[in-house]
Write a protein that binds this ligand. Sequence first.
Ligand code: SF4
Length: 376
Amino acid sequence: MHLYLHIPFCRQACHYCDFHFSTNTSNKRAIVEAIAQEILLRKNYLPHAPIETIYFGGGTPSLLDAAELNLLLNTIHKHFQVEPDAEITLEANPDDLNADKLHQLNNAGINRLSIGIQSFHEPHLKFLNRVHSATEAEQSVKTAQEIGITNISIDLIYAIPAPDHSILVSDMQQAFALDIAHISAYCLTIEPQTAFGSWLKKKKIKPIDEEFAAQQFEILVKSLAAHGYEQYEISNFARNGFYSMHNSSYWKQRPYLGVGPSAHSYNGTSREYNVSNNARYLEAIQKQIIPATYELLSIADQTNEYLLTGLRTKWGVNKAKLQTLSDGAFVKTHEKELQKLKEKNWIREDIESLFLTESGKLFADRIASDLFIEES
Ligand code: SF4
């Protein structure tokens, strides 16, 4: 099984971010204790299978001090069997990653870091309202490597407004020079509940230029491939098989338990969504109540989620699994639609599975939704 822990605190709000977090860290210890308590309350959510991956996401999990991180890890080890080679990832911001902190994380058992670099270009970092500098971004990776953490992923953002593609190219060159195992590259999107969203509404900034974004994506994909990175999911690139085992489990629809404010859980037939509010989360857990909303997934939900996530990966969607999930509805209704997508060269298939082609990857969500089945 797979375990996600949401650490809902950040030093400051990035202008594009709509994840759940608070910049008020006064109740950080209490929330961490509540998450440990939730682990206990939830220990029977999934059948007793050993934990294969643990993922500290957020928010900014690198804000956890040693005692907080150890409390969570000790609680997990006490109540679950953890595979000896489990992947244990922690999302970190470069400004937190000095040598002492990295030793602390390494000693606690963190064996994979996902570092939120986003860009190595100072004005872009300022535009996004990131806390860290370009120098800190580079140094955090080098220090982690010096102390022996080799399984490192960095996040980069593309389609940040710029006169041309030279900043992106230079960002990529800096990433390649750091010799990193894994790169996640996300298109800048403007979400309504963010600073960018409100500025867009007031016309203080322009919408993301879709053509510019598509050109940047193409540059990314080509230069990552030329440097030995395999695009195993549309936004995720790995060298030498250093896939994110945790994220791959989501894309392959494996069950997982998510704890902490706003975390989701999935058991194969239903989802649960924890409340996205730190105070309400704390209050409920202190009363031994899990503040989650329950959603039973219909046949259409399960099939469509599989299409949406599976098509984005190099493994594609398995046709037999699609048939089983959709109770036979998929092939009956989608032969014509599939044919059209194949004629456009957006989808290809082999005997077992359907995959997006290179040009199809530009329209992944649209293609998946063209193939969605209807609620019966
Ligand atoms: S992008 Fe990361 S660091 Fe920035 S506000 Fe969102 S969760 Fe926090």
